[in-house]
Design a protein around this ligand. Structure first.
Ligand SMILES: NC(=O)c1ccc[n+]([C@@H]2O[C@H](COP(=O)([O-])OP(=O)(O)OC[C@H]3O[C@@H](n4cnc5c(N)ncnc54)[C@H](OP(=O)(O)O)[C@@H]3O)[C@@H](O)[C@H]2O)c1
Length: 372
């Protein structure tokens, strides 16, 4: 009673935290997040035991978009395990349920609601943005998907300007163009011309916009994701597409001599990199989420072929033959993307620990059982 008189609101909140959670909101992490801070426990860095949160622990509220997707569904648990409180954007009941199951608080909304995004960003201590309007792909390709990102980035800029809060956004390797050497984190995204075929033109504008927000007092950075982001949640990436093509055609194709290199990274190592960039990345920086820095395309085709008991076959570098096999990927498969991750490792202490591309092909997700 005395406590209730002294701290009515705090006590009410404390009592509410013991009410049974609804089915859609139940999770250990979420229940923990409802407790008054002094009553919360956090997982130790060694994950062997839990310890109470002390005054030294800063619990940060993070806003994450795309939390139901391939990368976002790993980023949210990575943040929560490190002690962050996460609010995720959900545009449907199914997405809301998926975010709750990951331990995030749900904010209903859509990427088209710029005011809502501004409010969510302003309410948070930092933003990770990995959602993208893939529904626009059939109408305007990657350019349309990327163009829809620009107003979103400007909205975040308005909400976060002058705060020094972090904004970490997904980008793509290759945005610095074909340099004839390994691209580094210091190579900016290009404003492209024909010389740099294969660069995702509008996407470069998105990256440049995000980096530019650093000048407005946002701790903004871009995580450039490798060509192949592999793992058990990979449903629509290049790797499942190449496997499907090989199955369909009866052989695994590679362009020309297949000496051009692609890079790859495990999705859980990407999640770690997003967290590190959020926590300690400097403003205006590119980070390279790349583990296998350059795998000859021929090796990727051979690895797929061997697991499907299919031959790996060269596709002539011909304007009919290449699209004949690779379809809309014809321009991309001929590109070479040697990419360094040295600066990312040194500046953020990022160390990828999960399996590389060829080993991960056998994780049971990509290939039918018995063929791996
Ligand atoms: N995966 C790769 O290999 C790769 C490589 C290079 C770059 N990237 C870039 O990395 C980013 C993340 O890729 P990903 O593969 O993790 O994404 P993903 O699996 O395709 O997931 C997309 C996410 O965006 C959300 N979303 C789509 N439209 C939305 C809307 N209108 N409002 C709110 N949310 C919306 C989806 O939510 P719902 O659950 O509601 O659909 C989903 O959570 C993208 O920008 C992608 O271009 C990816």
């Amino acid at each position: 009673m005395v406590l209730a008189a002294l701290w009515p609101r705090r006590l009410a909140r404390y009592r509410r935290s013991f009410l049974p959670p609804s089915a859609s909101t139940f999770s250990a992490e979420r229940t923990r997040a409802r407790l008054p801070r002094a009553f919360r426990w956090r997982r130790s860095p060694h994950h062997h035991f839990f310890r109470p949160i002390t005054h030294k622990d800063e619990v940060h509220a993070r806003f994450v978009t795309g939390g139901t997707g391939h990368s976002g569904s790993h980023i949210i648990p990575e943040l929560i395990a490190a002690g962050h409180e996460v609010t995720g954007l959900a545009r449907s009941d199914a997405s809301a349920a998926a975010l709750s199951a990951l331990g995030a608080t749900v904010r209903r909304g859509d990427l088209q609601d710029l005011d809502g995004l501004k409010e969510a960003a302003a309410d948070s201590d930092g933003v990770i943005h990995v959602a993208h309007r893939q529904d626009l792909l059939p109408f305007g390709g990657m350019d349309a998907v990327a163009a829809a990102e620009i107003p979103v980035m400007l909205a975040y800029g308005e909400a976060l300007a002058g705060t020094g809060k972090p904004l970490v956004v997904a980008g793509s390797v290759g945005s610095s163009g074909q340099l004839g050497r390994r691209a580094t984190e210091e190579d900016p995204a290009l404003f492209v011309d024909d010389e740099h075929r294969g660069t995702l033109r509008v996407r470069n504008v998105v990256e440049t916009t995000v980096i530019g927000l650093a000048e407005q007092g946002v701790r903004s950075s871009v995580v450039r994701i490798a060509n192949i982001a592999h793992g058990t949640s990979d449903r629509a990436g290049f790797l499942p597409m190449l496997i499907a093509l090989a199955n369909e055609r009866g052989f695994a194709g590679y362009p020309g001599d297949g000496a051009n290199v692609w890079n790859a990274v495990h999705i859980r190592d990407i999640a770690l990199l997003f967290r590190l960039a959020l926590e300690k990345g400097e403003a205006g920086r590119y980070w390279h989420a790349v583990e296998d820095e350059g795998i000859p395309f021929r090796e990727i085709a051979e690895a797929i072929g061997s697991r499907l008991s299919l031959p790996a076959v060269s596709i002539p570098l011909d304007e009919l033959m290449l699209p004949g096999y690779f379809g809309f990927m014809a321009n991309i498969v001929t590109q070479s993307y040697p990419t360094s991750n040295v600066i990312t490792r040194e500046a953020l202490g990022w160390e990828p620990t999960h399996p590389g591309l060829i080993a991960d092909l056998d994780n049971g997700h990509y290939l039918p059982e018995g063929r791996s």
